[in-house]
Design a protein around this ligand. Structure first.
Ligand code: ADP
Ligand code: MG
Length: 406
């Protein structure tokens, strides 16, 4: 397999042309429309979402497109350029574990909207998918797929898609991923895919659900944020995620709090925990939540280069206290720092996936070269580099103006 060093964002219309072509060739005729949702990267605030913490993701200029046509029966037909595996079946039979495979992310959205009474039975969908988001790299291709399709369903069935309406869709996408696809994740990915804004990160308070847009402009400080896809698939499903969540729950019980967000005195809390492992896990969460607030403050003051130190502290905390890094992520982060990055860290759930490096513009080439060399020397997969331009949220691309009356 040849690996491209730079994965440039593909023009969204080119992605849409491809999905429409797939739709035509598989289903015949034309789709009712094409909807788009972005992948995302989390600038900082890792493994704190399920602890009621703060996260700061933004949307990437890599998107998943779905071409969708409503059907008058209860059937769902799914096809994707990503895989040969197609699925069709009855929407009334969707349940945890069914359908198996990727169609769960699509079918689960309709299941959740029906289960909450938001939509009723009687409408099915033909769905074609094409994406420029790397799949399984920790950049949230799964939420991009759910959110693009959820928006399609909402438009086609006349549900509101304004900010309020989107919160309902976000909830449906989260339930699809947790309950039907069986991936136990928090709601950050779906929230940012639905609410992101170009040029901004989205500060999400996972305790209250409150969101705030925070401007980020790395270029103004002559900086560039690189996403480094290590090409080692993130391996969250092997029990480690559940294990970390359980460790935090145990610590909360010991500390007598509902979530770690409720802790005011971090030193006292850490001092009162008995198991050394609990101390490490909780220390990561408490320090990481503080780092998110500090990064927001620095971004507000346009002190971009200073953000770098906090990114690196986040990485060390995830590596040493939370123990969710991997040899590939450490290699990329260490190499980026050696080559002059202001800061770097793993991003996403860990155990593979992607890293971020905040780099002065004149060091970009040196960082890329050093990261590649370091991976080659350790016989690791060849990393790829992606653009981290904060981009827009899910939207309908085609037709540009239209109302369906179902
Ligand atoms: P990530 O969200 O970080 O890319 P996940 O493991 O959460 O990784 O989600 C990846 C899964 O989502 C894939 O294994 C597949 O089931 C589904 N998926 C994502 N994008 C697509 C796509 N374009 N076509 C088909 N399935 C997809
Ligand atoms: Mg995912």
């Amino acid at each position: 397999m040849t690996v491209r060093t730079w994965v440039d964002p593909v023009d969204v219309h080119a992605v849409a042309d491809r999905v429409e072509a797939l739709f035509r060739s598989v289903f015949g005729g034309t789709a009712d429309g094409v909807w788009v949702a972005p992948g995302r990267v989390n600038l900082i605030g890792e493994h704190v979402d399920y602890a009621g913490g703060l996260v700061l993701p933004f949307a990437l200029p890599y998107v998943t497109t779905v071409a969708v046509r409503a059907r008058d029966d209860d059937q769902l037909h799914c096809v994707s350029t990503h895989t040969e595996e197609r699925w069709h079946g009855d929407l009334s039979e969707v349940a945890p574990g069914h359908p198996p495979g990727w169609a769960a992310y699509v079918a689960g959205v309709v299941w959740a909207l029906r289960d909450s009474g938001t939509v009723s039975a009687g409408t099915g969908f033909d769905v074609a998918v094409h994406s420029s988001v790397p799949v399984g790299s920790g950049l949230s291709s799964s939420a991009a797929l759910e959110c693009a399709f959820a928006l399609a369903v909402a438009d086609l069935l006349g549900l509101p898609t304004d900010a309020d309406g989107r919160f309902g869709l976000i909830a449906a996408c989260i339930r699809a991923e947790n309950q039907i696809a069986g991936a136990s994740t928090g709601g950050m990915d779906q929230t940012v895919a639905m609410l992101a804004h170009p040029g901004h990160a989205l500060l999400l308070d996972c305790s209250s659900g409150a969101t705030r847009l925070v401007p980020i402009d790395f270029a103004s400080a002559n900086g560039r944020l690189l996403v480094i896809d290590t090409n080692a698939p993130h391996r969250l499903v092997d029990g480690q995620y559940g294990n970390r969540r359980a460790a935090l729950e145990k610590a909360c019980a010991e500390l007598g709090v509902e979530t770690l967000r409720d802790i005011d005195d971090a030193d006292a809390a850490l001092g009162s925990l008995t198991a050394p492992e609990s101390v490490k896990r909780v220390r990561h969460v408490l320090t990481e939540i503080r780092r998110v607030s500090e990064v927001v403050e620095l971004l507000t003051q346009a002190r971009i280069a200073d953000v770098g130190n906090l990114l690196t502290s986040s990485h060390l905390s995830l590596r040493d206290d939370y123990e969710v890094s991997s040899v590939e992520l450490d290699s990329a982060v260490d190499a980026a720092l050696e080559a002059g990055a202001w800061g770097a860290r793993m991003t996403g759930g860990g155990f593979g996936g992607s890293a971020l490096a905040l780099v002065p513009a004149d060091r970009v080439e040196a960082v890329v070269e050093r990261v590649l060399r370091s991976a080659a020397r350790a016989s690791l997969p060849t990393p790829q580099f992606l653009s981290a331009e904060p981009s827009r949220s899910a939207h309908r691309l085609r037709p540009t103006s239209c109302r369906w009356s179902r």
